[in-house]
Structure formats: C-alpha cells, structure tokens
Design a binder for this molecule. Sequence first.
Ligand code: CTP
Length: 412
Amino acid sequence: MDTKLLQGKKIVVGVTGGIAAYKAVEVVSRLRKAGAEVHVMMTREATEFVTELTFREISGHPVAQDMWAKVQEYKVEHIALATLADLMLIVPATANVLAKTATGIADDLLTSTILATKAPLFFAPAMNTGMYENPATKANISVLKDRGIHIIEPASGYLACGVEGKGRLPEPAEIVQEVLDYFSETQSLQGKKILVTAGGTEEALDPVRFLGNRSTGRMGYAIAEAAVRRGAEVVLVSGPTSIPVPAGVRAIKVRSAREMEQAVLSEYDSVDAVIKSAAVADYRPKEISSQKIKKSDGELTLTLVRNPDILYELGQRKKNQVLVGFAAETNDLETYARKKLEKKNLDFIVANDVSAKDAGFGTDTNRVQIFYRDGREESQPLMSKAKLAGLILDRLRGYWDEMSEGIELFPK
Ligand code: CTP
C-alpha cells in the first residue's frame, strides 16, 4: 500500500449497525496505516456490534456518537466533523442509513454530519440480500449515485443471516483501495496545463444578428470542471453561453471563430493538452454591416467566407501537446471522424452523432465513439456529460502514462 497517499488526509468513518461493523475496524486501521487521520462516528445501533473503545483505540481519536454527549474535542460536533472531513466513508452502510440519506433525514449525529458535509461521500452497503434487492433500497442507491455519492458495490457470498447472495461487505483492503483510487484520481492531472474550448461561435452579420449553432458549451464546461478536480491548471476558451465558469478555471470569453483562434494560439505554447470541444463556425459573412440590414421584397443573398480551422492550425504547430478533437456528425461517423483525426494531426477524436435526441447539442447526456491514432476505437454507452468528461480525462492521463513508459498506446 502506498503509505504516503493518504498523508494529511482527514477521513471521517461512519459506522452503522450491521454485523459487518467489525470489518470497519480493519478499514480504520488500514486507512491510518496509509497515513490518514481518521475520526470515527457510530450510530447507537453500531455500538451494539462493536464497542466505542475499539474504534477509539484503533483510530487514536475519541468516537463521536451521541448528539448530546459532551465530547471535548469537537465543538458543535456535526459541523466540526462535517467541515474537517476530506472524505466521509460509511462502512458498513445499512439499508436504513441509505434510505435516510436519500431522503435527507438527519435524526442522529451521523446522518446530520452526512447532510452537512461537502466532502465526497462513500457508502459501503452491507445487508441481507432481500433488503439489498428490495426496490426501495435499489431506488435509494440510485438517488445517491445520481447525486454523485460513491457506492462501493457489495460482494456476493455467504451472509451472516445464513443465505448466499449479494450484500456482503467487500474486504477491507478493497474498500480502502477505492479511497486510495479516489485520491489518486483527484491528483491525476497535477502539474498539467490543459486548454479546453467550449460552446459555439457567433459570426456577426450586422449589429443585431449573427450566424450561430446549437452548441450550449455543456460538454466543454464539464471537461474544464473535471480537469480542475483532478488537479490540472485549466484555461477555458469559451464562446457565448449562460453556464457559470467552474471554480478554479481561468476563462477567456470570445464570440467569433477568429477571436477563438487568437485566444487559443496565445495559450498554445504553454499547454500540455488541448481538448477542442467547441463547435466552431466554418464560415462567416464576408461583410459585417455596420447598420442593421433592412428587409426588402426580394431575396437576400449572403456571401460567406471560410473561417480558420483552429484545430488544423494546432495540428500543424504541434510540439509536445496532446490534441483531442471532437467530431459532430449526422452520418458516416467513423469515416468522417477518422479523416479529421488524420487531417488535423490529432491524438484522439471523440465523435458523436448529433442527430440523436439524447446525444450531442443541448442535452445532458452523450453517446460517443473514440478513435485513436493507432487505429483503435472504443464505443461508449449513453452517459452523462460529467461522466464522459471524466472518461476523456482518464484517456488523456492514460496517454501520458503510456508515453512515459514507452509501451503501446491504448492497449486493449
Ligand atoms: N474545429 C476548429 N475550427 C474550425 C472547425 C472545427 O477548431 N473552424 C474543431 C472543432 O472544435 C472540433 C473539430 O475541429 O474539435 C471537428 O469539428 P467539426 O465541426 O466536427 O468538423 P469540421 O472540421 O468543421 O468539418 P465539417 O464541418 O466538414 O464536418
């Protein structure tokens, strides 16, 4: 186990009343060995299975349990531990605590802390198979997942109640590994500078009109946000959109393709990767009328001229940067995406069918195929743009790891 990985991390472990509570003792012990400062909270029911004393000795801190008890170390307990935590881990998590969390019930110290904390939450459910498979529990788990809460999948096996099935708490080492993975992911892009472009461009016709497209910027903003969470320095060059700039991101707002080109080129030399999710207008009106164009009875003909292909230019000037493109297609997705990959000198390209209702412009979800330089491809199922953002950044991290190890890129 990497002993340094949890150094300086404060982890609050919530123990609820299930037979697997004894395994939480080993989880706490392993977290401490990995360098974490661990504070344990127990529900009253949990104390029926394991004593407070055990957890106090193993964690090296007093155990927070009764809402009204006077434990000197914490002032207003639920606030104290809720704000102190870098991560909260509920192990084992009973069906009851999952249900309470899903509905926002805070009737004891642990559930109050869960409700108050802004720290990432991990639940390791353990219960009888029937309870686990009950639609109510399933629905509660799904609500928690939708809120970004991490669920550590229970294992299958022989349960204390005498039946075989799903609901067993995974081994303590596996639970701790999930925590380690989480922290290593959050540091996975440390030291990297990433340029993300987002949104559509607007090409002015006159002082009140423009030619635009249906891009909302959601994909690019999700990527920028996820990259900051993973420790990267992020510059976001964005076309007009109503989405707020994520905390920690430096944003450069632009309107037209040529403004985007300037902003991107001014940052290009200093970045390690460019993720070009913006929908850039390929053409702009030849002339911008300084006054509002007045209607007349006849037809109006606009002459359009080509805009620069920004990503093509980046491909031409590429040094060490990894270039990730997007391809918005309505037909022959693979053929067009591969052509763009080649022509623009990209490392990989994320292609999606923008004619699908649940993918592409203006949706919260996307379904993509990724094509790599070495000829490989992968098809991803429909997923949220936030999840896809994480996946693209994982691929980028993988690319760097494999380059530094000098092994085959993107092995199967
Ligand atoms: N792109 C760009 N500059 C342009 C057009 C596109 O940088 N003038 C980038 C996009 O940000 C995207 C990739 O190139 O990452 C592909 O964009 P897309 O609109 O799918 O393709 P085009 O190159 O414009 O080709 P076509 O319109 O013929 O499909």
